[in-house]
Design a protein around this ligand. Structure first.
Ligand SMILES: Cc1cc2nc3c(=O)[nH]c(=O)nc-3n(C[C@H](O)[C@H](O)[C@H](O)COP(=O)(O)O)c2cc1C
Length: 327
């Protein structure tokens, strides 16, 4: 069984992937989507948005991975088969562990420019894109795809899934909701089971796995062996470890709030120089927003820091949480 850390634009950046990969339990990461228009995406942009690609220069045989070695797939989003193929080729040359194609983004701006979930209405174009990308990158670099169940409704997933497999994708992630379903529960895991039965390639189940019990139900309803965890893993940093422990029959001690604060502090340190000063701590606040779902202490901490903007304020707040400071 493999567990994937879901791509989450604006949330799961390379700092986040690095922290989660170090926590453990995750087998594969996927970059946030990189938008491809009519021109191929440049090396500069690829390296900026997926810095894990840089590893190639140091170790030419390695593929993109986090510092602790979890492979990182490069996700592309667009509708032009030629420029997507050329972009995929650039990413493969830079060492992409795999190329993932996004057919699920629900954002109106993205859909209005013919990217993401809107393509679910055009199976032919999806097939052209997957085929063009598959032909463009070396055989050793897997081409994978991520879909929702449909755009307005959940009626076209089988056509799209079959087209993606026939066009040469080696794996398919299914977020078990339509674009119209947004992010509202439930996720329709039983639809994934139909896809699993029809395809010869691995299918990865995604959507609404917040805890061990959700994972058990998703496994039984989807018939999948592999799972992608998004918001649930952001809210509960040891969820992947809990699942892996259950599979191997081991017991783990759930992360305490003190452990989570250490992770938060590491994230604060890693991200504080990456944004303009006026955004200081925003990434920490964003993570705390999710952590509140699992840790009542996160709610209190979030209320305390939500208006903080200066390093001294954060230093004091972390110090009060018992973190020894070097900032
Ligand atoms: C803030 C946010 C950003 C996302 N960005 C991406 C993205 O860049 N690419 C993608 O394929 N899916 C993206 N997704 C969808 C997630 O990967 C995942 O499919 C979805 O959240 C359902 O899984 P979950 O219920 O475990 O969160 C995003 C979701 C959220 C909430």
């Amino acid at each position: 069984m493999r567990l994937f850390l879901a791509p989450m634009e604006g949330v799961v950046d390379h700092h986040f992937r690095s922290i989660y990969s170090a926590i453990g339990g995750i087998d594969i990461c996927v970059s946030e989507f990189l938008r491809v228009n009519d021109r191929p995406i440049s090396t500069k942009t690829l390296l900026r948005d997926c810095p894990e690609l840089r590893g190639l220069r140091e170790a030419p045989n390695d593929r993109s991975a986090t510092p602790t070695g979890t492979p990182v797939r490069v996700q592309l989003l667009g509708s032009n088969p030629q420029s997507l193929a050329a972009s995929a080729c650039n990413a493969a040359t830079l060492g992409a562990a795999a190329i993932d194609l996004n057919f699920g983004c629900p954002a109106r701006t993205v859909n209005n420019s013919q990217g993401g979930a809107i393509l679910l209405k055009n199976t032919r174009l999806i097939s052209d894109i997957v085929g063009a990308v598959r032909r463009a990158v070396p055989v050793k670099v897997p081409v994978t795809a991520k879909i929702r169940l449909g755009f307005e409704d959940r009626s076209c997933y089988m056509d799209n899934a079959v087209a993606i497999a026939e066009a040469g994708a080696s794996e398919l992630v299914v977020h078990a909701r339509s674009r119209a379903d947004g992010y509202r529960p439930p996720a329709y895991w039983s639809c994934i089971a139909e896809i699993v039965a029809a395809l010869d390639i691995p299918v990865v189940a995604n959507g609404e796995i917040w805890n061990l019990e959700d994972w058990r139900r998703c496994k039984s309803e989807s018939n999948c062996e592999d799972f992608m965890l998004g918001r649930g893993l952001v809210a509960c940093p040891d969820l992947a470890l809990q699942i892996k422990a259950e599979v191997s029959g081991l017991a783990i001690v759930p992360f305490t709030w003190d452990r989570v604060v250490e992770l938060l502090f590491g994230f604060y340190q890693a991200t504080k120089g990456a944004y303009p000063k006026r955004f200081l701590g925003n990434r920490v606040k964003q993570w705390l927003f999710y952590l509140q779902m699992c840790y009542p202490e996160a709610q209190v901490f979030f209320q305390e820091v939500k208006r903080y903007r200066y390093p001294e304020q954060f230093a004091q707040a972390f110090s009060a949480q018992g973190v020894s400071l070097r900032c």
